[in-house]
Design a protein around this ligand. Structure first.
Ligand SMILES: C[S@@+](CC[C@H](N)C(=O)[O-])C[C@H]1O[C@@H](n2cnc3c(N)ncnc32)[C@H](O)[C@@H]1O
Length: 286
């Protein structure tokens, strides 16, 4: 059984993520105990805000987290936080959270070629993630609307002190965080050949089949979802957990695997319950 130690404060991801899975960290903690190493590693091939990864690392439940996302914007944001931490903190401290900046950063996020450098693209992505409705980076408007006439204003989710604490902690832990920018399946295939994959829990949270494209970049097709399922069920990677929206396609793809229901309360505008599917590798299903 894995030995774990609690290192003190559990940090939240600095991102707000539609469909974010920070709330699954306790469930994943139990799955990690089934991996027969002292303290396992943990990887998210479709990381987004890496909500569970950050909680698990800060709680001392995993030794290293590997976060991968195909979206250049999300990757740039993580990269700026990890590799240019002080500049990122300074930028949060200095930035005016107003519609003028929202417009400037929205243009950059829409057209990354406009960014002066990858850092600016990363910061623009982060700014929009914290100031857009529901944390949707691409297809949502600003909290409080363009006229800022509502009760909620643009900075409602931009608490500088709290964000700086989280970002600073990530900077301190950067030696324990590996970042990459590949297609999730290509990433998994490469990982499957590497020795570290034997002692790693892979938490696979791909774009939803139905609503994915509305919420974030969705580079998945039906064929890709099938290929992912075939690869995971092929046993190349011992320990994995997958989450999806409930739909016949996914139930069918993973028909040989252990499936269970997950009821999640999301607040995308209105709070709503959503049934999701949780599927796991044979090594964890026992
Ligand atoms: C459901 S979200 C992940 C949310 C994450 N678990 C969290 O807690 O924040 C899916 C992520 O997959 C990324 N993505 C979309 N297509 C991808 C692909 N083919 N390969 C890797 N990442 C992809 C999106 O950019 C998005 O960040």
């Amino acid at each position: 059984m894995a030995k774990t130690k609690n290192l003190g404060k559990v940090f939240q991801s600095p991102f707000r993520y539609p469909g974010g899975k920070g709330f699954l960290s306790e469930y994943l903690e139990n799955e990690l105990l089934k991996i027969d190493v002292d303290i396992p590693d943990y990887a998210e091939p479709y990381a987004g805000g890496a909500g569970a990864a950050i909680k698990l690392l800060s709680a001392g439940k995993v030794r290293r987290i590997r976060i991968n996302d195909a979206d250049q914007r999300i990757f740039s944001a993580w990269s700026a936080i990890l590799n240019d931490n002080e500049r990122f903190i300074h930028s949060i401290d200095e930035v005016r959270v107003d519609i003028k900046n929202w417009n400037k950063y929205a243009e950059i996020v829409k057209n990354p070629a406009l960014a002066q450098d990858p850092f600016q693209l990363g910061f623009a992505t982060f700014f929009l993630n914290r100031t857009n409705r529901s944390g949707i980076i691409l297809k949502a408007g600003p909290i409080g609307g363009h006229k800022q006439a509502g009760d909620w204003k643009l900075d409602a989710r931009f608490n500088k002190d709290s964000l700086i604490k989280r970002i600073k902690w990530i900077g301190e832990k950067s030696d324990h965080i590996t970042l990459s920018n590949h297609d999730g399946l290509a990433y998994l295939k490469r990982a499957g050949k590497a020795a570290y994959s034997r002692k790693t829990l892979f938490f696979v949270d791909p774009p939803y089949v139905k609503a994915g494209g509305r919420l974030y970049l969705n580079l998945m097709t039906e064929r890709k979802h099938k290929q992912l399922g075939e690869y995971l069920e092929g046993g190349h990677i011992p320990h994995w957990v997958v989450t999806y929206d409930h739909c016949p396609l996914i139930e069918d793809i993973y028909s040989r695997s252990h499936q269970s229901d997950l009821t999640v309360v999301y607040s995308l505008q209105k709070k709503r319950n959503q049934r999701e599917l949780l599927i796991k590798s044979p090594s964890l299903a026992a």
